[in-house]
Design a protein around this ligand. Structure first.
Ligand code: HEC
Ligand code: HEC
Ligand code: HEC
Ligand code: HEC
Ligand code: HEC
Length: 433
C-alpha cells in the first residue's frame, strides 16, 4: 500500500485500498481525478485561520498566479510548438496538472479558482511517500480525500476530516518532488539534493527548520495549545509583483532571511602608494543557507558583489553597479555590454549544444552558485591616482530577477516591482601616499 504510486480519487478509494506494487500506474496523471476531489483553502479557514493567512501570502499560493510563470509558459509553449505540453504545470499548479486543466496558452482569469490556488493546503496534506526526484515527469503519490496527513501524532478529532500521522511531514523529503528537478537528464533545479549532500543534510537540519519556523499555539480553533506548530509563509527570495495578500510582510520577511544567509569579508590593504596597483578581495561565505546560494532557479536569480571605492572628489573604482535600465553591465546589458569585466555574479547559464537556451531544452549548464559552507573570493585590481583617504565599500546584493529577463518576456511593466535586497555590507578605508 505504501509504495502504491496510485493517484486516488474519492470514488476510486475503495477499489484501490488493497493495491500493491503491481498496481502501479505508469502515467503520473490521475485518470478520473476531478477538480471536485480537491478542497479549496477557504474550506480550511474556519478551523485553521492562521495557516490560511500565512499560506495566502506565500509563493506557494502565488505559484500559478505568478505572471512571470504564466508568460514564460506561454512563450515556451509557442517556441517549442507545443512540445512543452503541461511540463510547467506539474509543480506550479498540481491540481491543474492532475485533473488535466492545463490550457496551452494560459488566460489567468479563465482558470478555475482551485487551479489558481497553486500549491494549496490540500495538495500538500494528501501527498504521501515515497518522495522521489524525477527526470522531467513528477511522480505524485497523492490521495485526495477525507484524511489530512501531517506530523501531529495525537490529533484531536476534527469532525470534517480524519487526521493521519505521517513523519515524513517533518522531513525534507516532503519537499522533494517539486524542489528537485532533472531536465533532459541534467540535474537542474536541485535544492533537495544540494541540501542532502551538505552538512545540513548530514546533521538532519530539515527544510522545515528554516522555512517553516516552529511556534507555540493552536493548530485548530478550539484545539489544544501545542509547542511544535509550523509557520506556513514559506519565505524564500521571491516576492509577489502583482496585487497579493500581505505583500509588505513578505518583502520584509525575505529581507530578513537574506540578511541571515551569508557572510562577507572585505580584505583590503590600509595603505598604498599613488599609482601602485591596489588589490582588494571580497570573500563571500554561504554559512547559513541549507543549500546552494542561490538555489533552484539559480540561472534567473542574481546575487552579486557591488564594490565602490571613492574619495571626496569622486569614484576611483567600481564593479557591480547598474546601467540606466537597471541591468548589470555584463553580456546582457543593452546599453553597456561587458563594461564590468570584474563583475562577481553567482548565477549560471543553461546551454543546448553550446548555445544559451531555456529551462526546457538544455543539455548542459554552468552553475556558479555557492554550495553550503563554501566560500568564493573574487579579487579586484585597480589604480588610485590621488593621494589621501579613500573609502571602500563591498555589498552583497540579491534580486529575484534581472530587468532584462522581464523585458525579454514582454513583462517590462513589472520591472519597477523588482526589489534589490542588501544581504550584508562591509566598509574600510585606504590611505594613498
Ligand atoms: C471543522 C474544523 C476543521 C476544518 C474545516 C478543517 N480542519 Fe484540519 N483539523 C481540525 C482539528 C480540530 C484538528 C486537530 C488539531 C489538534 O489536534 O491540535 C485538525 C488537524 C489537521 C491536520 C493535522 C493532522 C495531523 O495528524 O498532523 C491537518 C494536516 C489538517 N487538519 C488539515 C486540514 C485541511 C487541509 C483542511 C481544509 C481542506 C482542514 N484541515 C479543515 C479541524 C478542522
Ligand atoms: C519540479 C517542479 C517544477 C517544474 C516542473 C517547474 N517549476 Fe518553476 N519553480 C519550481 C520551484 C520549486 C520554484 C521556486 C524555486 C526558487 O525560488 O528558487 C520555481 C520557480 C519558478 C519561477 C520563479 C518564480 C517567479 O516569481 O516567477 C518561474 C518564473 C518558474 N518557476 C517558471 C517555470 C516554468 C516556465 C516552467 C516550465 C518550463 C517551470 N517553472 C517548471 C518548481 C518547478
Ligand atoms: C508546501 C506544502 C504545504 C502547504 C501548501 C501547506 N502545508 Fe500544512 N504542513 C506542511 C508540513 C510539511 C507540515 C509539518 C511540518 C513539520 O512537522 O515539520 C504541515 C503542518 C500542518 C499542520 C499541523 C500542525 C503544525 O503546525 O505542524 C496543519 C494543521 C496544517 N499544516 C494545515 C495547513 C493548512 C490549513 C494549509 C493551507 C492554508 C496548509 N497546511 C498548507 C506542508 C504544507
Ligand atoms: C507540489 C509542489 C511543491 C511542494 C510539495 C513544495 N513546494 Fe515549495 N514551491 C513550489 C513552487 C512551484 C514554488 C515557486 C512558486 C513561485 O515562486 O511562483 C515554491 C516555492 C517555495 C519557496 C519560496 C521560494 C522563493 O524563492 O521565494 C520556499 C521557501 C519553498 N517553496 C519551500 C518548500 C518547502 C520547505 C517544502 C516542503 C515542506 C515545499 N516547498 C514543498 C512547489 C512545491
Ligand atoms: C539552514 C537553513 C536552511 C535550510 C535547512 C534550508 N533552507 Fe532554503 N533557504 C535558506 C536561506 C537562508 C535562503 C535564502 C538564500 C538563498 O537564496 O538560498 C533559502 C532559500 C530557499 C529557496 C529560494 C532559493 C533561490 O535562491 O531562489 C528555496 C526554493 C528553498 N530555500 C527551499 C528549501 C528546501 C526545499 C529545503 C530542504 C531541501 C531548504 N530550503 C533547506 C535557508 C535554508
Amino acid at each position: 500500500m505504501k509504495y502504491c504510486l496510485l493517484l486516488m480519487s474519492l470514488a476510486l478509494a475503495a477499489v484501490v485500498a488493497g493495491c500493491d506494487v503491481g498496481d502501479q500506474i505508469p502515467e503520473n496523471k490521475a485518470p478520473g481525478l476531478q477538480l471536485t476531489d480537491f478542497e479549496p483553502s477557504s474550506s480550511c479557514a474556519p478551523c485553521h485561520p492562521q495557516y490560511v493567512e500565512e499560506w495566502e501570502g506565500s509563493m506557494h499560493a502565488y505559484s500559478t498566479n505568478d505572471p512571470i510563470w504564466m508568460m514564460a509558459n506561454n512563450s515556451l509553449q509557442s517556441s517549442t510548438g507545443g512540445r512543452l505540453d503541461d511540463f510547467c504545470w506539474q509543480c506550479h499548479s498540481p491540481i491543474g496538472f492532475l485533473t488535466g486543466n492545463t490550457p496551452s496558452s494560459i488566460q489567468m482569469e479563465s482558470l478555475p479558482a482551485i487551479v489558481r490556488e497553486g500549491v494549496n493546503c490540500d495538495v500538500c496534506h494528501v501527498m504521501r511517500p515515497p518522495h522521489t526526484t524525477t527526470n522531467q515527469s513528477i511522480q505524485y503519490n497523492i490521495e485526495p480525500g477525507k484524511v489530512k496527513y501531517a506530523s501531529i501524532p495525537d490529533p484531536m478529532p476534527a469532525g470534517v476530516h480524519e487526521s493521519g500521522y505521517d513523519i515524513t511531514f517533518s522531513r525534507s523529503e516532503k519537499c522533494r518532488e517539486c524542489h528537485d528537478l532533472i531536465i533532459n537528464g541534467v540535474p537542474t533545479e536541485m535544492t533537495f539534493t544540494e541540501w542532502q549532500n551538505s552538512t545540513w543534510g548530514a546533521m538532519g537540519v530539515e527544510c522545515q527548520h528554516c522555512h517553516m519556523r516552529r511556534y507555540t499555539g493552536q493548530a485548530a480553533v478550539g484545539g489544544p495549545v501545542r509547542n511544535n506548530l509550523h509557520r506556513h509563509d514559506f519565505v524564500g527570495v521571491d516576492v509577489a509583483i502583482t496585487d497579493f495578500p500581505n505583500k509588505d510582510v513578505q518583502r520584509a520577511a525575505v529581507d530578513s532571511l537574506l540578511r541571515n544567509s551569508a557572510s562577507l569579508a572585505l580584505l583590503a590593504p590600509t595603505s598604498a602608494s599613488v599609482n601602485d596597483s591596489v588589490t582588494v578581495r571580497v570573500r563571500v561565505t554561504n554559512d547559513r543557507t541549507g543549500h546552494n546560494l542561490p538555489s533552484s532557479v539559480f540561472f534567473n536569480r542574481q546575487m552579486w558583489i557591488e564594490l565602490t571605492v571613492w574619495d571626496a572628489q569622486g569614484t576611483g573604482y567600481e564593479s557591480g553597479h547598474l546601467d540606466v535600465n537597471g541591468d548589470l553591465k555584463d553580456k546582457n546589458s543593452a546599453v553597456e555590454p561587458n563594461a564590468d569585466p570584474d563583475l562577481a555574479l553567482f548565477a549560471g547559464t543553461l546551454y543546448k549544444r553550446g548555445e544559451e537556451t531555456n529551462v526546457f531544452e538544455l543539455d548542459s549548464l554552468v552553475n556558479n552558485s555557492i554550495p553550503a559552507f563554501e566560500s568564493r573570493t573574487p579579487s579586484y585590481k585597480f589604480l588610485l591616482n590621488r593621494t589621501g583617504v579613500w573609502n571602500i565599500r563591498a555589498r552583497l546584493l540579491f534580486r529575484p530577477f534581472p530587468p532584462y529577463l522581464f523585458r525579454n518576456l514582454g513583462a517590462q511593466q513589472y520591472v519597477g516591482e523588482l526589489p534589490i535586497f542588501e544581504m550584508v555590507s562591509e566598509s574600510s578605508t585606504i590611505t594613498i601616499q
